[in-house]
Structure formats: structure tokens, C-alpha cells
Design a protein around this ligand. Structure first.
Ligand code: RFL
Ligand code: PHB
Length: 388
């Protein structure tokens, strides 16, 4: 088998890269270890920046997102028993859209297959080879047989636990990492949204987040011990915890409903540099992770593949490797901005078990400053919508 770009991973990064390349007349093959059903059912992100929407729309995969996604012009910060609105649109002229990542995945898979794009699901033993040469290849198993995919480039879009990043030799790689001492307990709930806008709540018992998925499904999260087990959390215990953390003086309460999914995720900040080696280019979670508090992960993945698709196009159209050479440097500017913002939101909103009373007072003061100062509200809003 031979193609121009071998793409490992059919997450948002891999599928969108394949589609953007196709629109520029460049061939690719996507290798995915899971099944189509699995990738289309995995519950992850929900918040799309305006820039992400624009890229998906330009790529011709934005139709359902425009119809079914919910445009949000603000978010709320809850602390000290009160909610405070950050008017994203007034402060930045932009908005965000809540549309589930697995719906984006469904739209991208449908678009790739409609264009006769090649996605191989259920592959195993994927291994990039010869990335230091001009003839790299990826070996893998599919339907019980060993295959080799030769390509001009290999795109590692296989997420944090994939095989691509380890293919960059340790001698040239530098990893930056912070693991947080807490996780998020996430639930899906059958009920109408409790709030028109997302609510990020700081409480002494820990952070909580009210988000939505659709007019009939809510997505709720609360800070927990990352080593805790979902079995320790009965529905009653979950609702008690959410009511306590989201309590506020105007009598608003989160709406209860049937909980039909529970899960715990760990939280980390992580950046690996360089995001390329020879003919291998990393994009999305394969190269960097942010804690979900800033809602940036999928948006970063989309930003990376936009840059990478443009650089690959320049290589074929203009025989210029300049943009490819600058890929890491260009991608990392935005990545580090999002790393900073996600770390900052996480630090401001979560409860740290080892925080001294002095640090707790500073945290509360920071929240008050953010909601009371137009300059600080604007800084939050600009980062949240991805305005710069
Ligand atoms: P993905 O989505 O992990 O896709 C990687 C794909 O590669 C496959 N794979 C392999 N295939 C072949 N061979 C191998 N050896 C392979 N190893 C792995 C995997 O099966 C998978 O299909 O990475 P990608 O494309 O870089 O996309 C990144 C995003 O998924 C991620 O950043 C976001 O989900 C993060 N995130 C959020 N991002 C946002 O922009 N807004 C949000 O509101 C938001 N909320 C979240 C989030 C992530 C969360 N979790 C579960 C970590 C909320 C949560 C709870
Ligand atoms: C979500 O709806 O899953 C979501 C929303 C905002 C975040 C993280 C996750 O910051």
C-alpha cells in the first residue's frame, strides 16, 4: 500500500487532517485501532471555539453542527453562593458552540467515507518506521494480516497513549508535565439543561461544572479523587454533592434526571517538543494535553491540523519545506497559550487539599478580581473563545 500521508488515529485531529488534505487534492490513509462504533460513541469534549467552527464549516462538515449545536454568548462563574456572568460576546465579539466531540467525529467519518476516503478501523500493532528517511512507512495488522503503508509523511494523531510520540527519539525530545492531584467525575443526565450557559463553580468541597449536550441531555462534572471508583458514588450521593457545590443565594438548583453514564478522568498538563521528527509530525493530544477546565483540547487539535495541512500543501504545491520546518514553532505558540489558560482556570477553580488559609483567601480574591475587573474578565473571555 502507498499513499501520500499516513495518518495514525481517527480522532478529531486525524479525521480532520485527512479531510483537509483531501480538499487540497492530497491522498491519505487513516489507521484507527478502535471500531467506527466505538469512536462515534466515546463521550469527550463539548466546547468549540468560533475558529474551530469556521474551520469545520469551510471544510464542508459544519452543517449539522450549525443546526444542532448551541451557540453560547456567556459563561458563569459561581463562588461564595453567587453566580457571576462573563459576557463573552460583549467582551470579545465572539461566542462558543456546545456540540459534542463524538458528533464532530460522526460528521467527519461520514464526510471521509462519502469522498471515498480510506479509514481502516480495528488495526493493531501500528508502528511508524524510517521517519528519518524520505520514505517512511507504517506497519500494522488488519483483519489478521500484516500490512505496510508507504508514505511521504506520517501524521501521528493517535492521542496521548499512542505510538507516534515515542517514535521521536528521546535524545531530541523534551516533555513538560504537571499532573494534578484531582480528577473529574463526569455524568450524562437525561434532563433539560439546568442553565442556558455553562457554570464553572468553585466551592470548598471542590469544583463543579454544569454543561449540556442537547435539549434533553445534561453533562455535569465535579472534582474528585482521581483514584476514586464510580462504584463509590450512588446517584443520591452525586446529586447531594452537586447541589452543595452549586448552591447559591437565588434559589437556582441543578435539575436532576436519570444518570445514564458515569466516568472519572485524570487531569494533566503536558507538552512534548519538538512536534516533529524527520517525516513524522504529531498533532493534537499526541503532542499535548490540557486539563479540561479551559475546554481547549479539541480546539488545539483542530488548530494543529490546520497548520499541518497548510504546510503539507505548500510542500506539494510549491516544493517548499519551509512551513513544514516551522510547524513545531508555529503550533507551539498557540499550544502554550492554551496550556497557560487551562492551568490558570484549573488553579483558580479547584480545591487543593494542601492549600493554606492564606492561599485560599488569594484564590477567592482572584475570582472576585476576575468578575469585578473588566480587564480581567476580558482576558478570561479572550482566552476562552480563542480570540487571539
Ligand atoms: P483522540 O481524540 O484521543 O484520538 C486519537 C485516536 O487515535 C486512536 N489510537 C490509535 N490508532 C491506531 N494505532 C494506535 N496505536 C492508536 N492509539 C490511539 C484512538 O483510538 C483515537 O481514536 O486525540 P485527538 O484527535 O488529538 O483529539 C483530542 C481531543 O480528543 C481532546 O483534546 C479533547 O477531547 C479534550 N477535551 C475537550 N476539548 C475541547 O476542546 N473542549 C472541551 O470541552 C473538552 N472537554 C475533553 C473534554 C476531554 C475529556 N476527557 C475525557 C479527557 C472533556 C473531557 C472529559
Ligand atoms: C463538556 O461539556 O464536556 C465540557 C464543557 C466545558 C469544559 C469541559 C468540558 O471546560
Amino acid at each position: 500500500m502507498r499513499t501520500q500521508v499516513a495518518i495514525i488515529g481517527a480522532g478529531p485531529a486525524g479525521l480532520l487532517l485527512s479531510h483537509l488534505l483531501h480538499l487540497k487534492g492530497i491522498e491519505s490513509v487513516v489507521l484507527e485501532s478502535r471500531s467506527r462504533e466505538e469512536i462515534e460513541a466515546t463521550i469527550r469534549a463539548g466546547v468549540l471555539e468560533q475558529g474551530t467552527m469556521d474551520i469545520l464549516t469551510e471544510a464542508g462538515v459544519g452543517e449539522r453542527m450549525k443546526k444542532e449545536g448551541a451557540l453560547h454568548h456567556g459563561i458563569e462563574l459561581s463562588f461564595g453562593g453567587r453566580r457571576h456572568r462573563i459576557d463573552l460576546t460583549e467582551l470579545t465579539g465572539k461566542a462558543i458552540t456546545v456540540y459534542a466531540q463524538h458528533e464532530v467525529i460522526k460528521d467527519l467519518v461520514a464526510a471521509r467515507l462519502a469522498a471515498q476516503g480510506s479509514i481502516l478501523f480495528g488495526v493493531s500493532g501500528v508502528q511508524p518506521q524510517g521517519i528519518d528517511t524520505e520514505n517512511p512507512l507504517v506497519s500494522f495488522m488488519h483483519a489478521g494480516e500484516k500490512h505496510t503503508l508507504q508514505a511521504d509523511f506520517v501524521a501521528g494523531c493517535d492521542g496521548f497513549h499512542g505510538v507516534s510520540r515515542p517514535a521521536v527519539p528521546e535524545s531530541v525530545r523534551q516533555d513538560y508535565q504537571r499532573i494534578y492531584p484531582f480528577g473529574w467525575f463526569g455524568i450524562l443526565v437525561e434532563s433539560a439543561p439546568s442553565s442556558d450557559e455553562l457554570i464553572y463553580a468553585q466551592h470548598e468541597r471542590g469544583f463543579a461544572l454544569v454543561s449540556t449536550r442537547s435539549p434533553t441531555v445534561q453533562r455535569l462534572y465535579f472534582q474528585c479523587d482521581p483514584k476514586d471508583s464510580v462504584d463509590n458514588w450512588s446517584d443520591d450521593r452525586i446529586w447531594n454533592e452537586l447541589h452543595t457545590r452549586l448552591e447559591n443565594s437565588d434559589g437556582w438548583r441543578v435539575k436532576e434526571g436519570r444518570i445514564f453514564q458515569k466516568g472519572i478522568i485524570g487531569m494533566r498538563s503536558f507538552v512534548s517538543t519538538p512536534m516533529q521528527h524527520g517525516r513524522l509530525f504529531l498533532a493534537g493530544d499526541a503532542a499535548h494535553i490540557v486539563p479540561p477546565t479551559g475546554a481547549k483540547g479539541m480546539n488545539l487539535a483542530v488548530g494543529d491540523v490546520k497548520l499541518l495541512s497548510q504546510a503539507i500543501e505548500a510542500f506539494y504545491r510549491k516544493s517548499s519545506g519551509e512551513q513544514l520546518a516551522a510547524y513545531t514553532e508555529n503550533a507551539l505558540k498557540r499550544v502554550w497559550r492554551a496550556e497557560y489558560f487551562s492551568w490558570w482556570m484549573t488553579s483558580m477553580l479547584h480545591t487543593f487539599a494542601d492549600a493554606s488559609p492564606f492561599q485560599q483567601q488569594l484564590q477567592r480574591t482572584e475570582l472576585e478580581n476576575v468578575v469585578n475587573s473588566r480587564a480581567l474578565s476580558t482576558a478570561l473571555a479572550e482566552n476562552y473563545v480563542g480570540a487571539f
